[in-house]
Design a binder for this molecule. Structure first.
Ligand SMILES: Cc1cc2nc3c(=O)[nH]c(=O)nc-3n(C[C@H](O)[C@H](O)[C@H](O)COP(=O)(O)OP(=O)(O)OC[C@H]3O[C@@H](n4cnc5c(N)ncnc54)[C@H](O)[C@@H]3O)c2cc1C
Length: 280
């Protein structure tokens, strides 16, 4: 199939992109095109206007900004994986990105695109929620920062206003004793996950002081399971109890990859898999 007709604007600065987006309710941003173009070609989406932001310079910066790691929206997954600042400060992000698609897609797909798209099966939105990241958006009224948990509202639904564009993501730097541990189950390497878990842990295997569990590919957005994390801290790993807790806390939604019951089972097993990676 081919995409429906649309007008195309290639912009070289952010203000022009914001201006066009503000004027047209149906205009959408084109970044790496790895999610948008297949959706257009399959006619899952038919916007009247595309604003190509890929030529805007400076939006791919990766740097330490105060106590945060800042990743510019146009940094590709490959840019992030090969960046020394990321490697030194948040090596877990590189391990996570190795599970995102394949090299050809990672060479084009952008960090901001993945965050903005909000695919419930994607790894980066869950990482942003697990690490309490801030999403920086820019619009007609200037810049604002949205906490990742408040950013994801529902299925492919985010808190971005029509005139706004994601310009970067700020991940708090990890504190002493803090670890981000991750795992997912997928049918083939590079496929979207059937279920995945990112855990933000303070402490060591035998002395976990704080635990945050964020699941992806389970519901309609990154799923935070605070009650289940508390249960694990109080009682350790008990499959039945944790499964019951997860089923009351998350609205598991089946997809082409797996049923909701399978996702619930995998999510329960992932708690054990992820936490067994911790060292003493
Ligand atoms: C075969 C295949 C397998 C994949 N597997 C995975 C996977 O396992 N895990 C995973 O996480 N992803 C996967 N992806 C998606 C990939 O990571 C995409 O790169 C990413 O989701 C979107 O990035 P993009 O730059 O290509 O965005 P685009 O496709 O250009 O845009 C996607 C959406 O985000 C919006 N958007 C983009 N940038 C911005 C911005 N700066 N501000 C506001 N809105 C913006 C667009 O308007 C559009 O609605 C896969 C893709 C393919 C084709």
């Amino acid at each position: 199939m081919k995409a429906a007709d649309f007008s195309y604007h290639e912009v070289v600065n952010l203000q022009d992109a914001i201006k066009i987006k503000a004027q047209d309710d149906e205009a959408v941003i084109l970044a790496g095109g790895q999610s948008l173009l297949p959706a257009l070609n399959m006619r899952l989406s038919s916007p009247t206007c595309l604003i190509d932001i890929s030529k805007i310079s400076g939006l791919n910066e990766i740097k330490i900004d105060g106590q945060t790691l800042f990743i510019g929206a146009l940094a590709t997954h490959s840019d992030v994986m090969n960046n020394k600042t990321v490697k030194d400060n948040m090596p877990c992000m590189i391990d996570i990105l190795k599970m995102v698609a394949h090299p050809a897609i990672r060479n084009k797909g952008t960090h901001g695109g993945s965050i903005a798209y909000g695919d419930p099966a994607a790894e980066l939105p869950a990482l942003a929620v697990a690490t309490n990241a801030e999403i920086i958006v820019s619009g007609q009224n200037g810049e604002r920062s949205i906490n990742a948990k408040e950013f994801y509202l529902g299925l492919f639904e985010t808190a971005i206003n029509q005139d706004e564009i994601v310009v970067g993501i700020k991940y708090p730097l990890l504190k002493q004793g803090q670890k981000i541990v991750f795992d997912e189950v997928c049918r083939r390497h590079g496929d979207y996950a059937m279920a995945g878990l990112i855990a933000n842990i303070m402490g060591s295997k035998n002395d976990i002081k704080d635990l945050k569990l964020v699941f992806f590919a389970t519901g309609d957005k990154p799923d935070v399971a605070d009650k289940t994390a508390r249960l694990y801290l109080d009682n350790g790993y008990d499959y039945d109890k944790l499964k019951n807790s997860l089923s009351s806390e998350i609205d598991f939604a089946g997809d082409l990859n797996s049923s909701s019951e399978m996702k619930l089972h995998l999510a329960t097993v992932l708690i054990k898999k992820v936490l067994s990676k911790l060292e003493n």
